[in-house]
Design a protein around this ligand. Structure first.
Ligand SMILES: Cc1cc2nc3c(=O)[nH]c(=O)nc-3n(C[C@H](O)[C@H](O)[C@H](O)COP(=O)(O)OP(=O)(O)OC[C@H]3O[C@@H](n4cnc5c(N)ncnc54)[C@H](O)[C@@H]3O)c2cc1C
Length: 468
């Protein structure tokens, strides 16, 4: 068997005297780079520690070569050794700092050497302070115990975290604390590794909870339930960045981009129709600005909104693939209405980029009543309303060669139907007792299609329900 080639240092098994340095060295290499200041601090520490064994000194030196960084496997092995050596419940205070963690690891192997000397321990804490790491936070992460978000100053840290936090959060402090509590709650509800469909629903749920707390509408005018305070909204948005980033983006899209565009670019009519429902997340929406061929270059967007005098409608069109909308948050599943940035064309004249609101989802509503004539026969009647929109983009399932009518931009329509049904419950004693036969006749009261589509004048649904 040949040994695998070594591409960097590995931590020695036979040098207990350097064990207390393990967490600090691991933390230095976490970003994959040993900076000159980190190198100088570490070198200074090793030089000052006269009681190190020769083997230990050589081992640390091997970990101080910026040209031969440790492999990810070597870093993982060091982390595993730390976790195997230290039980945070048994080793009290081990998660307070990297120095404390290192010393706990050393104690657990019954080590001797320079670390019984308080001066040596002091130097180790000094090294941690010089490196400027958030030691408590890093130690907890190494041990795999839950970390607190910036509430505790690291022992010996050069930065006064409380002061820094106060400086950064002095506006809307209480609001930030409320948002942080919700971030923590979301952390416990949104599990890692969910299938993406389920994950999307969880993210929607988290955004809904934030809306229920009134945090989505803070920037909107007071008459629509808001606080007319855009800075408050930004404070919440900033705080959400400590949590799940999909929640952050969905929140930003729903209340900031979509709601913000309706608020800032819409008129009173739009505000009255939509703002309250956007702020409560009852109306999920999108901000459709970015195009495949135009990211930051909004001025040259190519989607068009052409005014049709005859129907008094704006016809929104994607003239070619590069003008297709891209990166649109909330569009995949939940958005119902989109602010679409497009060139306004009136009588052939281009009036530049304007925002128009476009419904993007089909809708079906049902209202019905039922009447039991006797134990075995019941009847039902109701109204069914369906409305659907044009397809935006292309659907490879629609083959234009086979059916030239399958143009995505001509697929919108709506219809109202009157379903009348009869249900027969098969009586006891017969072979099919407990089963149910349903017959429903559907009459189309109204239909209106915006392209050549298969219409529906009437229909018949027959069903057989097997009872167990
Ligand atoms: C998580 C996420 C969510 C998003 N959600 C939405 C959404 O809901 N709706 C939406 O419309 N868009 C959304 N976007 C898209 C976002 O708005 C675009 O990423 C942004 O407009 C930049 O476009 P681009 O990525 O095509 O980069 P480009 O515009 O191609 O820019 C590429 C690089 O060129 C630089 N650059 C561009 N123009 C200039 C210039 N004139 N001078 C000098 N440098 C320049 C940029 O700084 C950048 O470094 C989202 C993006 C992300 C990452």
């Amino acid at each position: 068997m040949t040994a695998a080639p070594s591409h960097g240092p590995t931590w020695p098994d036979d040098c207990p005297d350097v064990i207390p340095l393990m967490p600090l060295v691991l933390s230095i290499w976490r970003d994959g780079v040993l900076s000159p200041s980190e190198l100088a601090a570490l070198r200074g520490h090793v030089d000052a520690q006269e009681d190190f064994s020769e083997a230990g000194r050589a081992a640390i030196k091997a970990w101080m070569d910026p040209d031969a960084p440790p492999t990810p496997e070597a870093l993982r092995a060091v982390q595993q050794r730390i976790r195997a050596a230290v039980d945070p419940a048994a080793h009290t205070g081990s998660a307070d700092s990297l120095a404390a963690l290192g010393l706990a690891a050393w104690t657990s192997v019954g080590g001797d050497g320079p670390w019984e000397d308080p001066v040596a321990i002091g130097r180790l804490h000094e090294l941690e302070a010089t490196l400027g790491v958030l030691g408590g936070e890093a130690a907890r992460r190494m041990l795999g115990v839950p970390t607190d978000i910036g509430t505790e100053p690291a022992a010996g840290s050069l930065v006064d975290i409380v002061l820094l936090q106060d400086f950064l959060e002095k506006d809307h402090r209480k609001l930030r604390e409320r948002a942080l509590k919700l971030v923590r709650a979301n952390r416990t509800t949104i599990a890692r590794g969910l299938p993406h469909a389920e994950y999307r629903e969880q993210v929607l749920g988290a955004v809904q909870r934030l809306a229920d707390e009134g945090l989505g509408r803070l920037a909107y005018p007071v008459e629509y339930g808001g606080s007319a305070d855009p800075a408050a909204s930004v404070a919440v948005f900033e705080t959400l960045a400590f949590g799940d980033l999909s929640v952050l983006v969905k929140f930003g899209v729903q209340f900031g981009l979509f709601g913000g565009s309706v608020h800032q670019l819409g008129t009173r009519r739009h505000h009255e129709a939509y703002l309250q429902r956007i702020g409560s997340a009852a109306l999920p929406g999108c901000y459709a600005m970015t195009e495949t061929g135009h990211g930051s270059n909004v001025r040259d967007l190519e989607t068009t909104a052409t005014y049709d005098h005859a129907t008094r409608e704006l016809v929104v069109d994607t003239p070619h693939e590069g003008a297709g909308k891209d990166y649109i948050g909330n569009a995949a599943v939940h958005g119902q209405l989109a602010t679409v940035f497009s060139r306004l064309i009136v009588d052939g004249e281009d009036h530049g980029v304007h925002a128009v609101l476009v419904p993007i989802r089909s809708f079906e509503g049902n209202a019905w009543m039922a009447y039991a004539f006797n134990h075995h026969i019941s009847g039902s009647a109701g109204v069914r309303w369906q409305s659907w929109d044009h397809l935006s983009g292309a659907d490879p399932g629609l083959n234009l060669a086979e059916d030239p009518g399958n143009v995505g931009a001509m697929l919108a329509g709506q219809r109202a139907m009157l379903p009348i049904g009869l249900n027969f419950l098969i009586p006891d004693g017969s072979r099919f007792a407990g089963n149910r036969l349903s017959v429903e006749a559907v009459y189309s009261m109204h239909h209106d299609y915006e392209g050549p589509q298969l219409g529906l004048d009437w229909g018949l649904n027959v069903g057989w329900t097997i009872g167990f």
